[in-house]
Design a binder for this molecule. Structure first.
Ligand code: IPD
Ligand code: CA
Ligand code: CA
Length: 264
């Protein structure tokens, strides 16, 4: 992070400004929680406002890059080789329920490769950053994936489909195979932070299906730059394309991947 590129500095600035705004909104959610209407509308406005703030910051600094964000239609820049991939608020359900686990996620893609990444958790003031070939960092401290190699000592993260999604049985079967052989599986509800925590060696691995590019773009680079392995679950294509992702440290990867992929 000490030799951060101009692009990374732009991303960090956008994430911090947006994080400050979201923090103010999060405090307001706690007040709205007790009202009969609840904070739902307010939070979807916070989501949209956050994306507008990020888009403004990034587009002002780099007017010719494309922009793919969760809350608006994709725009294509004059430079077709570069685009921002942004989740302005990852972990919306946590945010809505006043739970302190959500983040701003910004990635820069160049010729189909993620080259810079920022995931910012404003409540914990943890700024995760990575640049291709330059390593991954949290608040200026170098990140490494965990060194654990005994499956029974490992903690994995995942996401469990909600709201009537038809893929719930698949994930329940994953859990039935994986939970008995490890020390625990967490479902904390923010894919970007799941990946950042693997990069930080907190989780030993993570898998999830049917995600969007903005959920995982920044986290993928963080994990790779921290020495982890990143693959799609059932294909050789990038998880950005498939939406299915499997990550772990090197000593565990093959055994963990077999467990996740062994769906028969
Ligand atoms: C969600 C979170 C969650 C994952 C969901 C995502 P959102 O993103 O990353 O962990 O399980 O699939 O949609 O909606 O909070 O930005
Ligand atoms: Ca998301
Ligand atoms: Ca989101």
């Amino acid at each position: 992070m000490s030799n951060a590129s101009a692009n990374l500095n732009i991303m960090v600035k956008a994430a911090r400004i947006t994080g400050r705004k979201l923090l103010r909104d999060f405090n307001e959610v706690e007040n709205l929680q007790v009202s009969t209407k609840g904070p739902g509308d307010f939070v979807s406005k916070a989501d949209t406002m956050a994306e507008e703030t990020i888009r403004e910051q990034l587009t002002e600094a780099r007017p010719n890059y494309g922009f793919l964000g969760e809350e608006s239609d994709e725009t294509f820049g004059e430079d077709p080789t570069r685009r921002w991939i942004v989740d302005p608020l990852d972990g919306t359900t946590n945010f809505l329920h006043g739970m302190p686990h959500w983040a701003v996620s910004i990635a820069l893609e160049h010729r189909d490769q993620i080259v810079a990444a920022v995931i910012y958790d404003p409540l914990k003031d943890e700024l995760f950053t990575a640049e291709k070939g330059e390593g991954a960092w949290v608040n200026g401290k170098r990140l490494r994936v965990s060194g654990r190699s005994e499956l029974i000592e490992t903690v994995f993260a995942t996401g469990v489909p909600f709201g009537g999604r038809s893929d719930l049985p698949e994930t329940l079967q994953d859990l039935a195979r994986i939970m008995p052989v490890c020390a625990g599986v967490r479902r904390w509800g923010a894919a970007s932070l799941d990946l950042a925590y693997v990069a930080a060696g907190r989780y030993d691995g993570y898998w999830e299906r049917r995600l969007h590019p903005w959920d995982i773009a920044a986290g993928i680079l963080l994990v790779k730059e921290a020495g982890g392995i990143v693959e799609s679950i059932d294909s050789d294509d990038s998880p950005i394309v498939t939406g299915d992702i499997l990550v772990a440290n090197e000593p565990l990867f093959n055994r963990f991947a077999k467990l996740v992929r062994d769906t028969h």
